[in-house]
Design a protein around this ligand. Structure first.
Ligand SMILES: NC(=O)c1ccc[n+]([C@@H]2O[C@H](COP(=O)([O-])OP(=O)(O)OC[C@H]3O[C@@H](n4cnc5c(N)ncnc54)[C@H](O)[C@@H]3O)[C@@H](O)[C@H]2O)c1
Length: 314
């Protein structure tokens, strides 16, 4: 089997993960990417952040100015989610890989995979950066509304390609094949992860895969400890930093991930397993209700300034 390489990619969702995936694709894998988002302000802030990541690389001598110009020329944006098929602003068939990084809401992702499955040729890999949602369900959605053979072909190019936050820094990608995923899709996705300069692990399609099956219940427990008034956020985080050598405590990590994302992941773990041990902490839900979604929104368990530095603990 010759491995068809990835020559061009589309990233859907220009939030913290989508931008990071765009960066490693353009800078390390050296392929042109277009990043899609329905919000024009998100796209313009993603473009600014991309430019500042590249400038920082030049100032730290990680890129020459010529390499920086090349990296800038590989980056483009488009408003919308790119999935309608055919029209202006749609992802084209010459794209070998699509990776979605839209919010962790099952109905949103299932709808997107259905549209992508119908719009794009089956040789285009459809990757999801989901933290917890079933890849097998996304693959079934990508094959829905078509004949049996086309459906099988469309489902077998779906795969979980799960990067870690912040993507330019963290060295891992978790690969999650669906039940329907072909061996060729798995090999191409792994090769792409390595081209992005990441180590690769593989997980079966089980709620939370490897990382979030373990991490998110721990974060949820930390929030329950706070909720019960057992300790302050600083002391909970200090316990993990100084007592267990974690680089960051669970509450600060939850703020970094995004409390909306944490809540959505915990909800998936709870509904998919039916196990009450996964019920989301009430305080987590209340924080999201208040719009306190963590560092990206300026406030979570800590308050942040515009640069993302902690100003005070709540
Ligand atoms: N935050 C993390 O630490 C982390 C780590 C690994 C994986 N993930 C996963 O990555 C995905 C994105 O997380 P994030 O932290 O980047 O979220 P985010 O909130 O920073 O960004 C989500 C982006 O999606 C856009 N969006 C909303 N609805 C959309 C739609 N229908 N179509 C296209 N774009 C849409 C939003 O405008 C936003 O820019 C989630 O599935 C999450 O579970 C997150």
């Amino acid at each position: 089997m010759t491995l068809q390489s990835i020559r061009k990619a589309a990233i859907i969702g220009a939030g913290q993960m989508g931008l990071g995936i765009a960066y490693v694709s353009a800078v390390h894998a050296k392929i042109p990417i277009t990043i899609y988002d329905p919000s024009s302000s998100v796209l313009s802030s993603a473009t600014d952040k991309y430019k500042s990541l590249i400038s920082r690389d030049v100032s730290k001598s990680r890129l020459t100015s010529e390499q920086a110009d090349e990296a800038l020329s590989r980056f483009s944006t488009s408003q919308g989610d790119g999935s309608e098929g055919g029209g202006e602003g749609s992802i084209r068939d010459d794209v070998d890989l699509v990776i979605e990084a839209i919010p962790e809401i099952p109905a949103l992702k299932l709808g997107l995979f259905k549209r992508l499955g119908n719009a794009l040729t089956p040789s285009t890999i459809l990757g999801s950066n989901t933290s917890s949602i079933s890849i097998t369900k996304l693959a079934a959605s990508a094959g829905s509304g078509m004949g049996k053979e086309e459906s099988q072909e469309s489902s077998q190019r779906v795969i979980g390609i799960h990067y870690f936050n912040p993507v330019p820094v963290m060295k891992l990608v978790e690969i999650i094949p669906a039940l329907q995923t072909s061996q060729q899709t798995i090999e191409r996705a792994k090769a792409f992860g390595k081209a992005c300069k990441k180590e690769v692990t593989t997980s079966t399609d089980s709620p939370g895969f490897i990382a979030n099956a373990i991490l998110m219940p721990m974060i949820n427990e930390a929030i329950m400890v706070l909720e019960r008034g057992i300790a302050s956020p600083q002391d909970i985080d200090k316990t993990f930093q100084l007592g267990m050598s974690h680089p960051m405590g669970p509450l600060k990590l939850a703020d970094l991930i995004g409390l909306d994302t944490c809540l959505n992941i915990q909800r998936v773990l709870h509904t998919e397993t039916g196990d009450s041990k996964y019920r989301p902490a009430t305080l987590l839900g209340r924080m999201v209700d208040a719009g306190w979604v963590g560092r990206k929104g300026g406030r979570g368990f800590y308050v942040y300034d515009e640069r993302g530095d902690v100003v005070e603990a709540k």
